[in-house]
Structure formats: C-alpha cells, structure tokens
Ligand binder design. Structure first.
Ligand code: FMN
Length: 246
C-alpha cells in the first residue's frame, strides 16, 4: 500500500513555505508517496483557554475545527511540520494549534510517526524554529527526522532528495528500526511517571497501550546504555513523585 503523508502549512500566505511543500509533494509522488497539504488557515482554531478539560477528561471544551484536525493527523504514515520563521520561532497559528494538542503530551497518539521539519526565513531564527518543531514531534510520541530550510534568497534552489532522505527511510521501514535518543527515552520515562502518578485517565491509556512495562513506546534500536539510564531515571523519578490524592 502507498504511504500517506500530511504536510501542515502554518503560513496564511501560500508562498515561500507552501512552495517548498508543493515541491516535496511532487517529488514524493514520483516515489508513490501521497502528500496532502493542510493549510491551518483554512480552519477555525481558537486559542487554548487553559481549562485543562482535555487533560482530565479527554475532549476539548471548545467547539471548532481542532478536534477534527487532531483526528486527521492520526491517519497518516508520516507528518511534515512547516512554518515561516516569525520573530525567531514558529508562526503563531502553528503555536495555537500545538497548544491545543496538549493531551497528546499525556496520551500520545502519533507514536512511531516520522516527522520532517520545514522552515523558511529571510535570514535568521532557523535553529530555534527547528528545535520547537522537533520538541513538538517528541511530545506527540512521534520522532523528528530531517530539517528542510530555505532563506528567501535561496528559494530558487530546488529540493534535493538528500534533504529528506532520513524521513523517506523511516517512512518505509518498521518503527522497530528507529533509534531513539537519550532525550527521547528520558522524555518517555517522564511521561510514564506522570501517567502513573497524576491523572487516572492517563494511567488507563498507558496500560491499554502496554507502555507501562516498557523502556520506550515500542521495541527500538535504542543503545543499551540509553535503555539502562532510562530505567534508572524512571526508578529515581518514580520514587520522588507522590501519587496525586495520596
Ligand atoms: C511577522 C513576521 C515575522 C518574521 N520574523 C522573521 C525573523 O525573525 N527572522 C527572519 O529572518 N525572517 C522573519 N520573517 C520573514 C519570513 O520568515 C519569511 O519571509 C518567510 O519565508 C515567509 O514565509 P511564507 O511566504 O510561507 O509566509 C518574518 C516575517 C513576518 C511576516
């Protein structure tokens, strides 16, 4: 079956960043990978009001297009997160969208999905922008792969396959071949402790997914030292965090 990728464009203009996504879409089509571009500005996405209902109960209390978009994101084999650099980081529209996905930090739904990060800029801010995009991927349980960047002056330079090779590789191989970093393993262990100690809804979800006995979401190529340190870290943190309600 052909792989399906969703590419999020978070600029209102369908210009520099969108143009890169269109190139990517055309190139991946030749490899029988279908890319759907989703323009966040086509949807109503209200700002998070901080009620935490999504965390404690599961569903957001706001009525707009956001829950539909979250459901949609779970239906693809790969994800492209793209943004113009605004004030040294991601666009506001993307940040508003991401804030509303907070329940995925507790109950991740994009586990094992490779993420390709794309950003365009006049000149500066790419480093922090990519860090934000990759941190979001990790918080969702997905994992970051390549970074595609263009300054405005270089937009005429065509996309080359080497710029998204890792993304392609992971799209076409089982997630068990992925090697999570120490940061990702520690992140997993933190999420696990929170799931076990803080919200009952998280604990149920983690148990259903079979993650509570694991050192990462799935069997992976994590280095032995990374796994061992992750387990030690889990034991230490778990002994320090009190169960809510106790
Ligand atoms: C509100 C705003 C903030 C921006 N901030 C930066 C910035 O911090 N650094 C930079 O080099 N370019 C900055 N730019 C330029 C954009 O990143 C650049 O033009 C980008 O390619 C626009 O992408 P788009 O055509 O997809 O909207 C900014 C542009 C806007 C409109």
């Amino acid at each position: 079956m052909n792989k399906k990728v969703i590419a999020i464009n978070s600029s209102k203009r369908k210009r520099n960043t969108h143009q890169l996504l269109e190139q990517l879409k055309n190139q991946l089509k030749e490899k029988h990978i279908e890319v759907e571009i989703l323009n966040l500005f086509d949807y109503e996405i209200q700002e998070c009001i901080g009620c935490e209902v999504c965390l404690r109960k599961g569903n957001c209390s706001l009525k707009d297009d956001h829950s539909l978009l979250m459901k949609k994101l779970t239906e693809y084999d790969g994800l492209v997160l793209s943004t113009p650099v605004y004030m040294g980081n991601v666009s506001g529209k993307l940040k508003v969208f991401v804030d509303r996905t907070c329940k995925w930090f507790h109950r991740p739904e994009l586990v094992g999905i490779p993420v390709l990060s794309v950003a365009t800029t006049s000149a500066s801010g790419l480093g922090d922008t990519f860090k934000t995009l990759e941190s979001v991927a990790i918080q969702w349980g997905a994992f970051p792969t390549d970074r595609i960047a263009r300054q405005v002056k270089d937009l005429h330079i065509s996309l080359e396959e080497k710029e998204y090779r890792q993304f392609l590789k992971h799209l076409n191989q089982p997630k068990s071949k992925y090697k999570p970093s120490m940061k990702q393993v520690i992140h997993f262990q933190v999420q696990k402790v929170l799931a076990e100690k803080v919200l009952p809804i998280d604990k149920d979800y983690w148990q259903q997914q079979g993650w509570t006995d694991k050192g990462y979401f799935y069997d992976s190529k994590a280095a032995l030292t990374t796994k061992a340190f992750g387990n030690l870290f889990y034991r230490f943190l778990s002994s320090r965090v009190k169960k809510v309600g106790e």
